[in-house]
Design a protein. Structure first.
Length: 124
């Protein structure tokens, strides 16, 4: 006995809708203005490297930044920052200019990206 065509179509439509609902939406990329408002306002926040070395980071509105290790690992540092077309760029004392983007990665968590590589997680 053959199944009615409406059952086959309904089942197919349900399967497609269910499968597409399982695909996560791409992470939201912060605009340079959102980066400045959220992070570059003089208020400290926490940064963690992929190896879980944590820092207290402070980016001031005047273009200066500093980091202090939160644990026994890591190095203190100072430098400058500026907004770029896609995100922001930093120059730590004694290092070359590097540019990054930031994408949302959960409640009060953001991933700092260098191309497709996550280099840190920022949290507030």
């Amino acid at each position: 006995m053959r199944a009615p065509i409406t059952s086959v179509v309904t089942g197919t439509v349900f399967t497609v809708l269910f499968a597409t609902s399982l695909v996560a939406a791409p992470p939201e990329k912060l605009s340079p203005g959102d980066i400045q408002t959220t992070f570059f306002n003089g208020q400290p926040f926490t940064a963690a490297t992929p190896s879980n070395v944590k820092f207290k980071m402070t980016f001031s509105a005047d273009g200066k930044m500093k980091r202090e290790p939160s644990s026994g690992n890591g190095y203190k540092g100072e430098g400058t920052w500026k907004l770029s077309k896609e995100g922001f760029c930093t120059t730590w004392t004694g290092a070359a200019l590097k540019c990054f983007t930031i994408v949302s990665s959960g409640d009060n968590k953001w991933s700092v990206m260098k191309g497709s590589t996550m280099i840190a997680t920022w949290s507030k």
